[in-house]
Design a protein around this ligand. Sequence first.
Ligand code: UD1
Ligand code: MG
Length: 411
Amino acid sequence: MSNRYAVILAAGQGTRMKSKLYKVLHPVCGKPMVQHVVDQITKLNIKEIVTVTGHGAEMVQAQLGDSSQYALQDQQLGTAHAVSQAQNILEGKAGVTIVVCGDTPLIRAETMEDLFKHHEELGAKATILTARIEEPTGYGRIIRNADGLVEKIVEHKDASEDERKINEINTGTYCFDNTALFEALKNVSNDNVQGEYYLPDVIEILKKQGEVVTAFQTNEFEETLGVNDRVALAEAERIMRARTNAAHMRNGVTIIDPANTYIETDVEIGQDTVIYPGTMIKGKTVIGSECHIGPNSEIDSCEIGAETVVRQSVAHNSSIGAHVNIGPFAHIRPDSTIKDEVKIGNFVEIKKAVFGKGSKASHLSYIGDAEVGSDVNIGCGSITVNYDGKNKFLTKIEDGVFIGCNSNLVA
Ligand code: UD1
Ligand code: MG
């Protein structure tokens, strides 16, 4: 296997999104599009990853951190110009470079691996990842000669009536021989409808030099969806959600209504857990086996033990044990630790509190900044008075305490 490099294009403003937020930072299933791309790329055996940034460069770098190197594209003169910005880092290095757009969040590592293999086996200088789609409007079209070999790519805006009828499209992902790529980029002109330097023109340049240029057609069109506006963003969200839910179901999780269940991509769920409709599970949440979650619950970045039930409730950044019963209508706020066999009933709010094993707050309570021991019973309407208007104070309740109704426990 040759050395592998990657260039991710992420400098565009994304005019068609009509947004203050830079296009590649728009989230799909809770994670910015460009982060999805980088997460998949890092699964491949890649020596150097370069992300080309421009609009929102600082924010994109803050998002991706040191998982990538960066090249700045001051002015967005087109995708070929964007790749050229990686010249200082990559030019002259022997190997294969994959170029991926930061606005194709659904692309999977497996497909990119297949593209690399196809490219390497054919000894090509360039390989385009293509797909056949029903509605190709907006995409670059693949022009093949009478023998079926790729000749060039024509952008939608530059295409003739006949060329627009072609439904094999450029997905925006390519493999190039790295040295040939940077040589060819020097010959790309901006003589086209948009006055931009098009990366797809590299294909025609290499072809005219007699180099081997191929296409690798994927059947997974959905994976190659390029998000240019919010209609496509919602479409990407729908596809990603269906993919994530299907993976959980194959792993033994029951999802009653997948179309109404929103699980972000880094969530882990144990076998025989049942997720009810209207539930959102976000961040790095880990849920054990045989739990019942939902309906209508929001869980963000929590750890939840086995056989726990969470109904119609909200829980954020907290650790929840096994055999716990939460809800309906409970709110577990950040930094709470709920130990095993606890019961948190309706209209109970917990904030930054430890709840010991087997303790109960069954109705209408606020327990904030508190350490509650094990087997404690907190009666209906009891609250911890934790705030004097300036500072927060800790309430400590030891094991086995019984608190009656309507008690104010001043810290
Ligand atoms: C591009 C391809 C098109 C392909 C489609 C697939 C070109 C000219 N066209 O079109 O053939 O079918 O993707 O989705 O490449 N970017 C920069 N700097 C720039 C311009 C763009 O970094 O100067 C980045 C954008 O942030 C984006 C990516 O490159 O992530 C693609 O740019 P975009 O404007 O979305 O190109 P498309 O019109 O979608
Ligand atoms: Mg695009």
